[in-house]
Structure formats: C-alpha cells, structure tokens
Design a protein around this ligand. Structure first.
Ligand SMILES: C[S@@+](CC[C@H](N)C(=O)[O-])C[C@H]1O[C@@H](n2cnc3c(N)ncnc32)[C@H](O)[C@@H]1O
Ligand code: SF4
Length: 460
C-alpha cells in the first residue's frame, strides 16, 4: 500500500497496476421487492448532481485487449434492443424520481454505440431529451471511427449529442491489425481531423500504451498523431491485463507452453509502460494540453469530461440497458449482461399490482445496500484520480490517522505535501489506482471509526 523505496518511483514504486479501479466493500447485495422498486421511482432524489448511463452491448469484432465485448453487432438485434431501450427511457423520464432533479451529464457507452444506425442514434438521442437535462448538459456517444458515417454524426448532433469519444488505441497500422482493429493510420487521422473541425462538437480519443508490438518509438508517433488529429481531448490508458481477453489467454498459453513463445508478440513490461506514460504526459503538457485527471488531457476548453469526473465523485447515475451500472438513491446497481434475460424482463410484469407502463422494468442484476463510507471513498478516489488531494476537505483527525501512509508515499516519491494540499508526483499519478487501493487497504487495517460521519459532514 505504501509502494517501495526506489530512486526511480515511476518505474519501481509498485510492480504492477493493482486493478483497473479501486474500491472497498461496505455494502451487501439486496433483494429489492417490486414495491420497493416502485417507491424508488416515485420518490424524489436527494442527489444534487446526477447522470444517465445508457449501455449498448454490441461490437462488430472482439479486440485482443478488451473484455467489454458482449454481443455481435447484428442489425436486427440492435434494432430490437434500441426499441425496448427507448421505451424504458421514455417511461423512466416521466417518473417523479427522474423529474425531481436535473441531469448534468449523459453517457451512451458500450460496447460500440456507434454501431447503431443513424436512425437508432436519433431514437436514443431523442429519448434522452425527455429527461430534465441541465442547460449545458454534456451528452456523450462512445464508439469507434470505423463505420461512423456523416449520416450518423448528423443524426447524433441533431438529436442532442455534443461529445464523441472514440477508441483509437494506437494509430500504428500493424499494432492495430494485431489488436483486431479495422482502419489504418491515415484513415483514422483524416476522419478525426474532419470531425474535430466541427464548430461545437467535442471529439475525444482513447489511446492505450503497452499493446503488443507497440514500441516506445511507435508510442511517440501515436502521441504525435493524436495531436495532429485535432481532437479536443485524449485519454492515455495503460494496458490492463483483463481476464477473458485474447491477450490474457495468449499470456496464459505462453506461461504453459514454452515452445510457442516465439510466435507471440512480446508484452510491454511495466517499466516501459511507466516511461510511455511519462512520455505522453511530457509531450502533451509541453504542447499546451491541460491535464484534467491522471489519464486525461484536453487542448480545447470545449472538452469538459463531466461524466468521467462526476462518476468518480460518487454522484447518482441512473443505469439503462443490459450490463449498465449506476447508483440510485445511494444503492449500487449492476444490470446483468445477458441480453435475452434483459429482454425477458421488459416483457414480463414483475407484479400485477404495479402498473408497468408507468415504471421502468426491474431487470436482472445486482443491487447493493448503501455504503456508509461511499461519500468519503468517492472524495478520496476523485482527489487521487485528479492528482491533488485537498486535505482541508477532510476531518483533521482523519488526516492525522492517514498521515503515516501519506508520509510513506512522500518518502517513496509518490506525493508532495505542502500545507493542506497533497499533490501527486508524476510517479504518483502513474500509480494513482495503487494509491487509491492502498488507502482503502490502510483504512481496512486501521479503521477510523467516524469515517461515515466525517464524509457526510464534509461532502459539499
Ligand atoms: C468500452 S471500450 C469502448 C471502445 C470502442 N468500442 C472502441 O472500439 O474503440 C472504452 C475504452 O476502454 C479502453 N480499454 C479497453 N480494454 C482495455 C484494457 N485492457 N486496458 C486498458 N484500457 C482498455 C479502450 O481504450 C477503449 O477505448
Ligand atoms: S474495444 Fe470496443 S469494439 Fe473492441 S471489444 Fe472493446 S468495446 Fe468492443
């Protein structure tokens, strides 16, 4: 949890990124009765900031590094899903719960939502407009450049989308081919340039560093390319070895079958990934890109990244669709991924005494009890993700309680502490998920009794 002492903490403070995201328990699964579900949708929210998350679980191809693939992009399947999903959105939009507070941000993610037809993008966009949206709400459509036609872009803009997040991963044609991506470098750059010229739409690209075959030289070129593409924001994600991906299966095979080793592309080691992160941060910042979080930069103020920053702050997020996750009235929700079960739930009335046309369907999945330390945990996560933790926002006794951990981070070159501000170094930003995980492990080993009260009192 503290990292280790090293003259080069960027490369050696930890051996590996602990997990894609940090979190700690504190809540347990609940069985929500149909009556409680109804009460949720008829009671006003107490949240001051809210988001909608809408999941489109379809991709045309399974990429080697990703485990978000759920269902193939079959046009009839997508069309059926969009019909049901939009019905649910309209029903939900009229409920007292939804109407009781505005939504600051909406994220239509996946999967690959840009695999929808233009008309389907418009159906979802229009359904979103039925919600009470904040005046300048950020409405994001996620996807990929391949197949994102002019017609789709226009349909999205006309139905209210104002931000587009494209997974690029790498511009290098060979690296892309090996990862199972479609377009070549030139096509990608040209289309991103075209889209980014729009006077108001925000265009964002995701890059991954550490992909097989992606040398430091190729990564430097990826960074140059993303700058040249004119996009307004960029995410630099370290490759995480996710279970169930083609890459992790290859790695397992490699461990068990030495003879086949030579046929596999070499994995990029953790130290090289650290250098890649440093190269990315350095090039973007010296090119006047502004860092918004440990892994996200913008070159144009139109990029606000509201969903990503608010989601980490633990705000209320209403989830729609198979595989969508969120948080309603303080309860974590994870809708099950199975598409046929999700469709079944739409057609079955869960309880005949409840009018299902005024209530969104309760779909299979997991509902968690409210986490007593949720507000505090979110404050820590959001702060460490941003690279700055304002210690003044926390109870002084809690800060003293955590000081042995913070001091170890400081000794290990991960943070600097100046008065009431703890700022992460470049190494601390690279290892920020390990710091979050470490902080929660520290609190588990050394409980601070009044955590929940402190969070409640200090949350703005
Ligand atoms: C849910 S995916 C959707 C992307 C979109 N469907 C596409 O094809 O580009 C969102 C982002 O997660 C990131 N991602 C997926 N797998 C990852 C992994 N193993 N390590 C790091 N980032 C990953 C990628 O950068 C991707 O753009
Ligand atoms: S990167 Fe996108 S297209 Fe590829 S498997 Fe993941 S979600 Fe699907």
């Amino acid at each position: 949890m503290t990292g280790i002492s090293s003259p080069d903490p960027l490369k050696f403070a930890f051996t590996v990124k602990s997990a894609p995201h940090a979190g700690r328990g504190g809540s347990h699964p609940l069985n929500l009765t149909p009556q409680q579900w109804q009460t949720w949708w008829t009671s006003p929210t107490s949240a001051t900031q809210r988001a909608l998350y809408i999941h489109l679980p379809f991709c045309r191809k399974r990429c080697s590094f990703c485990n978000f693939f759920e269902n193939g992009s079959n046009p009839a399947r997508i069309s059926h899903y969009v019909d049901e999903l939009s019905k649910q959105l309209y029903i939900a939009s009229k409920t007292p719960f939804v109407q009781s507070g505005t939504f600051d941000t909406v994220y239509v993610g996946g999967g690959t939502p840009t695999d929808m037809q233009a008309s389907e993008i418009a159906i979802i966009g229009e359904a979103i407009q039925a919600f009470p949206l904040a005046k300048d709400a950020e409405i994001t459509l996620e996807g990929r450049i391949n197949g994102f036609t002019h017609a789709k872009f226009n349909a999205a803009l006309c139905s209210g989308f104002n931000r587009f997040s494209f997974g690029v991963q790498s511009f290098d044609t060979q690296v892309r081919l090996a990862a199972g991506r479609f377009d070549d470098r030139e096509t990608l750059i040209e289309r991103l340039q075209e889209l980014s010229e729009h006077p108001s739409a925000t265009i964002v690209a995701d890059l991954i560093f550490g992909l097989p075959g992606q040398t430091m030289e190729i990564w430097q070129q990826d960074l140059q390319d993303v700058i040249q593409s004119g996009v307004h924001g960029v995410d630099l994600y370290q490759l995480i070895g996710l279970q169930g991906t083609r890459l992790s299966q290859q790695a397992e095979k490699k461990a068990t079958n030495k003879q086949k080793q030579q046929t596999l592309a070499p994995a990029v080691d953790s130290q090289t990934r650290a250098s890649m992160y440093a190269a990315g941060a350095s090039l973007l910042e010296s090119s006047n890109w502004q860092r918004l979080s440990s892994c996200h930069w913008r070159q144009d103020k139109r990029e606000r990244s509201i969903y990503n920053s608010l989601a980490k702050s633990g705000i209320e997020i209403l989830p729609f669709g198979a595989g969508a996750g969120g948080n309603i009235h303080g309860h974590g929700i994870m809708n099950a991924r199975d598409l046929s079960h999700w469709h079944q739930a739409q057609s079955q009335a869960t309880d005949t005494s409840i009018a299902t046309d005024t209530l969104p369907s309760q779909v299979p999945g997991m509902i968690m009890s409210p986490n007593p330390s949720a507000a505090l945990d979110s404050q820590f996560k959001a702060g460490l993700d941003s690279g700055v933790l304002a210690l003044a926002n926390f109870d002084t006794e809690l800060v003293s309680h955590l000081m042995p951990l913070f001091s170890a981070w400081k000794t290990h070159g991960l943070v600097k502490i100046s008065g009431k501000i703890m700022t992460q170094t470049l190494a601390g930003r690279f290892w920020n998920v390990n710091l979050q995980t470490g902080l929660f492990a520290y609190l588990k080993q050394n409980p601070f009794e009044s955590c929940a009260i402190v969070a409640a009192n200090k949350t703005p």
